[in-house]
Design a protein around this ligand. Structure first.
Ligand code: GLU
Length: 438
């Protein structure tokens, strides 16, 4: 059994929760859960000018949306608040005083700087990148406390990771170059170093660093587009890590079970929307019908569809009829509007594609169809096939107007399933509206 890990996600509240941040948080969370350890949230708000409470809140709600719960922190009335560096200033000052006393650091006005000793090889074994080494001679003295009394990132991170007893520092690869400076501080303070694992960079499909230019970069934008947290979780987990070729769709619990930090690759990961869409579609398809309904419902309401005019059972089973069509909840809502109302059908279709000479055929066909004893998809289909053969009328000629009149769309799920779901009366009403019945 792997030792219990204590890991942390340490965002600076100077922006929203970006994909990169969500990815880092997720890998830390997975490692904590996999080892039965703890996941800690620490807000690194020492840049007073750029840090805001608003960003802090949006980062936390992004983590909550992804289901990345943290295990410690000040009591927030039933849940944990985050640790904040701005509330731990004494710790940084006391530790700095110690280094000054020991002659390892010095003051320059109100600032405190660490004196970098020359000729030291700073080496560590990165869990992902392997052995990394840097000579201390390349480093300038490290500012620990700035003249405004605030600690710098490289210094505060060491103090906190030590006192929070962090076992694994898992963060983005952009911090590799900071690590040697942090090693110096661990060694000077005679503190045990944690393990370090740097996560690969996330690139856009253009192979450039993921940026706003390529579309949504914050986690909530995906929520608002109708992606499910479980899919986003699944998708982010696959950036830089794989559970094996055949195992691309998994639940949170499955991911926790199989996650291995040592299997994270340093090869940059590509943020591929097609993959996210595929994963999301699979998650929607596998969902419990009523959970799926809860997901789609807000989008129907946004479209002003009469959600409350139908039973929950009817709405949930309508989505079952879609049988996995739609990659996002928003798309699913768009593909299923005709189950809730006839209005969008009328907007999309006017029946003018049916020629006058076709009408008598359609009227005869529908007359018989609507008098079938049972309104069931299989019966409707058998009857239609037999009728088309018997009367020498192509299937398409009678089925296409049927599809258009019921859904207003050229492409839909099996039209007989749709008819069964709408029911005999509603189907008749739609057909009659277009004048296809006698
Ligand atoms: N506040 C730093 C950042 O947001 C944390 C880096 C680290 O995890 O050490 O990049």
């Amino acid at each position: 059994m792997t030792e219990k890990a204590r890991v942390r996600f340490a965002p600076s509240p100077t922006g929203a929760l970006h994909i990169g941040g969500g990815h880092t948080a997720l890998f830390n969370w997975l490692w904590a859960r996999h080892t039965g350890g703890s996941f800690i949230l620490r807000i690194e708000d020492t840049d007073r000018a750029r840090s805001t409470k608003e960003f802090e809140d949006t980062i936390m709600s992004g983590l909550e949306w992804l289901g990345l719960d943290w295990d410690e922190g000040p009591d927030r009335g039933g849940s944990y608040g985050p640790y904040r560096q701005s509330e731990r200033l004494d710790l940084y000052h006391d530790t700095a005083d110690r280094l000054v006393k020991e002659g390892k650091a010095y003051r320059e006005g109100d600032a405190v700087l660490f004196r970098v000793p020359p000729g030291i090889a700073l080496r560590f074994d990165d869990v992902v990148y392997g052995s990394i080494e840097m000579m201390s001679d390349t480093l300038k003295d490290v500012v620990m406390i700035k003249s405004d009394g605030m600690p710098t990132y490289n210094y505060a991170v060491v103090v906190d990771d030590h006192f929070m007893e962090i076992t694994h520092v898992i963060r983005g690869e952009d911090h590799i170059s900071n690590t040697p400076k942090q090693l110096l501080l661990y060694d000077a303070l005679e503190w045990e170093r944690p393990a370090f694992g740097h996560l690969p960079m996330i690139l856009g499909t253009d192979k450039k660093k993921l940026s706003k230019r390529q579309g949504a970069t914050s986690v909530y934008e995906y929520r608002d587009m109708g992606y499910m947290p479980d899919s986003m979780f699944n998708f982010l987990a696959l950036l830089g890590w794989s559970a094996g070729e055949e195992n691309e769709i998994f639940s949170r619990n499955e991911a926790v079970e199989i996650f291995e930090l040592s299997r994270v690759t340093k090869r940059p990961a590509v943020f591929d929307m097609d993959k996210l869409n595929f994963i999301n579609q699979e998650h929607i398809r596998r969902m419990d019908p009523f959970d799926r309904l809860a997901l789609v419902e807000p989008f129907w309401r946004e479209m002003n569809l009469p959600v409350d005019a139908h039973s929950r059972e009817y709405l949930a089973s309508s989505l079952d009829v879609l049988a996995g069509r739609g990659q996002t909840a928003k798309q699913v809502a768009g593909y299923s509007d005709y189950f809730l109302s006839f209005e969008p059908v009328k907007e999309r279709y006017d029946g003018s594609d049916v020629k006058k000479e076709q009408l008598p055929i359609l009227r005869r066909f529908y007359g018989e169809l609507f008098s079938l004893p049972e309104w069931k998809a299989s019966d409707l289909e058998t009857f239609t096939r037999e009728w088309s053969e018997r009367e020498g009328v192509k299937m398409k000629e009678i089925a296409m107007p049927f599809r258009m009149a019921l859904t207003g769309m050229k492409v839909s799920p099996g039209i007989f399933e749709v008819a069964e779901q709408l029911g005999r009366e509603e189907s008749r009403r739609r057909i009659a509206h277009f004048g296809f019945t006698g």
